[in-house]
Design a protein around this ligand. Structure first.
Ligand SMILES: Nc1nc2c(ncn2[C@@H]2O[C@H](COP(=O)(O)OP(=O)(O)OP(=O)(O)O)[C@@H](O)[C@H]2O)c(=O)[nH]1
Ligand SMILES: [Zn+2]
Length: 196
């Protein structure tokens, strides 16, 4: 996969190079923010972040995406690393369906049940395009910042080695504690440092 365009992006968190990639499945381009240097032998710290407009842009407290994005960008701005921003809004079901899911969650269903009631799989994502982007950037060994074991499994037989997992656990709030519990107990996410 080749990038469409690359530009400099100085941010409050540090200096990044921004790359845009055309996706086969999503309308908007995936983005990579790179604070280098990158070469084949260095182990890069990588965050694969799925778009969450409500959390990333509007500061929603229903999930912890916005805080995770801040955490990763602060880390990479300071110490170097790569953020891949995939346009998989709502775990791949899109913003409008995610809002329908929020209404079901307000009636007492959890985030997994709500997805299934809307006719979707509990998690409609895969990470193949992220792998292609990392290869284009020349990355072959990574520390992956995630609590989701499925993201690590996505790298099996990919030619990219995940040498370590870096947890990215945000302190729960009243608005998202049940959501985090569902992710832990029904969707297999790892939250070792949180009492959920
Ligand atoms: N369908 C749906 N999507 C949600 C909901 N809450 C957050 N999301 C989306 O979930 C995605 C983030 O996935 P998460 O399950 O929070 O975390 P993850 O990316 O699998 O794992 P981490 O790497 O540990 O953050 C974003 O695309 C959000 O828009 C929800 O209740 N329903
Ligand atoms: Zn979110």
């Amino acid at each position: 996969m080749k990038s469409l365009v690359k530009s400099k992006l100085p941010t409050k968190r540090g200096p990044f190079e921004m790359y845009a990639y055309k996706s086969e499945f999503y309308h908007f381009p995936h983005i990579a923010l790179v604070n280098g240097p990158v070469n084949r032998d260095t182990i890069q710290t990588v965050r694969i972040h799925s778009e969450c407009m409500t959390g990333d842009v509007f500061g929603s407290m229903r999930c912890e995406c916005g805080e995770q994005l801040d955490f990763a960008m602060n880390w990479f701005g300071e110490k170097g690393g790569i953020l891949i921003y995939l346009r998989q809004e709502g775990r791949g079901i899109g913003l409008v369906n995610k809002m329908h899911s929020y209404n079901l969650q307000d009636q007492g269903y959890n985030t997994r049940e709500a997805n299934e009631m809307l006719g979707f799989h509990q998690d409609a994502r895969d990470y193949k395009e992220a792998i292609k982007i990392l290869k284009d950037l020349g990355v072959y060994k990574i520390r992956l910042m995630t609590n989701n074991p499925k993201k690590i499994m996505g790298f099996q037989d990919s030619g990219i080695q995940v040498v370590e997992r870096i947890p990215i656990e945000m302190e729960p709030r009243v608005e998202n504690i049940n959501y985090l519990k569902t992710k832990k107990w029904e969707m297999g996410h790892i939250f070792d440092s949180l009492d959920l």
